[in-house]
Design a binder for this molecule. Structure first.
Ligand SMILES: Cc1cc2nc3c(=O)[nH]c(=O)nc-3n(C[C@H](O)[C@H](O)[C@H](O)COP(=O)(O)OP(=O)(O)OC[C@H]3O[C@@H](n4cnc5c(N)ncnc54)[C@H](O)[C@@H]3O)c2cc1C
Length: 296
């Protein structure tokens, strides 16, 4: 439902109707006041324009904009969270759920563009966070690792295909591999922060080792606090004490820890291309409807 408090921010209600009423009032009262009325309208419109300019988003979907790095936190081997500043302290990077940003570095005269899904939520004001896994030979991640606090990085966006609507499914299976957790986390956060969205979520999260499980504490905390969220981890190289899944995500794991195969339910999949391909194959064997599967 439309927020009525924002009605005056719309040109029709905030500008056109008031101007028409003022002009009509002046015409009724006396034409001789018209120059003063016009001067008044110009002042009010300039103020409105200034206000709109101040409110404009830091991010543009076609123009690269520079964002200052204000913090960097190492959270796992070779993985950091980078925090970038938005233009205003009260600005929120309000991008559609599951969408990502493009990031550009010019390397040897060539623009290298990579994609990152912000992990900050719709309540984080004044900044946005991206979680980045570094690769030894990674062109862009190597550059990012060398950026100092106070320096800027180019971003534009958002881009993405997911059109998430609250309660669009009764149950959602979230299948993530490694950094594929980032858009999945956006979906989880969006659901748990919307009281009217009671979708049940089943996260199956695959990683190489226990140490590689990104944001495990945060995910475990969510599963403790929200009964509609369940998580199951699997690792390729488990330690002796590991008591959850071992190896890649399998059909058996999906059947036991995922949602029921049902047209009311959906699957969101994000991870390395090989994992996405394998998961898609498994879901077809399980008779999941193609329309109920979304691959990031
Ligand atoms: C929609 C989308 C969203 C994404 N969101 C995130 C995100 O939130 N966080 C994040 O860290 N990454 C994310 N990625 C991946 C990211 O865009 C880059 O591909 C990644 O950071 C590597 O870039 P690079 O230039 O450092 O490596 P490149 O120079 O492109 O690759 C160098 C080498 O690194 C290794 N490598 C690169 N990418 C991968 C990979 N995904 N899996 C395994 N090995 C790899 C390979 O050995 C490769 O040969 C996303 C990708 C897509 C398509």
């Amino acid at each position: 439902m439309e927020d009525k408090r924002k009605l005056l921010d719309q040109p029709l209600h905030g500008i056109y109707i008031p101007i028409a009423l003022i002009l009509f009032g002046t015409w009724l009262f006396s034409w001789s006041y018209m120059p003063y009325t016009i001067a008044f309208i110009i002042v009010v419109c300039s103020f409105k324009y200034y206000e709109a300019y101040q409110r404009k988003s830091s991010l543009h979907n076609t123009v690269w904009r520079d964002f200052e790095l204000i913090d960097r936190t190492i959270i796992a081997p070779m993985t950091s969270i980078y925090r970038f500043k938005l233009n205003r302290e009260d600005e929120i990077l309000d991008i559609p759920t599951g969408h990502h940003l493009s990031c550009c570095f010019t390397i040897d005269g060539k623009d290298e563009i990579r994609y990152y899904s912000p992990i900050s939520n719709q309540f984080d004001a004044g900044f946005f966070d991206i979680l980045v896994k570094h690769y030894e030979n990674g062109k862009v991640t190597k550059k990012l690792a060398n950026i100092q606090i106070g320096q800027t990085v180019k971003f534009r966006g958002p881009i993405g295909k997911l059109n998430y609507k609250p309660s669009m499914a009764k149950e959602i299976g979230l299948i993530a591999g490694g950094t594929g957790i980032t858009p999945i986390l956006q979906v989880i956060t969006r659901i748990i922060t919307n009281l009217s969205d009671d979708t049940k979520m089943y996260l199956i999260f695959g990683n190489e080792t226990e140490k590689d499980i990104l944001l495990k504490n945060e995910i475990d905390e969510i599963s403790k606090r929200y009964p509609n969220f369940k998580v199951y981890y699997t690792v390729t190289y488990p330690s002796e004490n590991w008591d959850q899944g071992k190896g890649y995500i399998t059909r058996e794991m999906l059947e036991k820890y995922g949602p029921k195969v049902n047209d009311d339910n959906m699957l969101f999949i994000c991870g390395p291309p090989e994992m996405k391909r394998k998961m898609y194959e498994i879901t077809q064997e399980m008779n999941w409807n193609k329309d109920n599967i979304f691959c990031f």
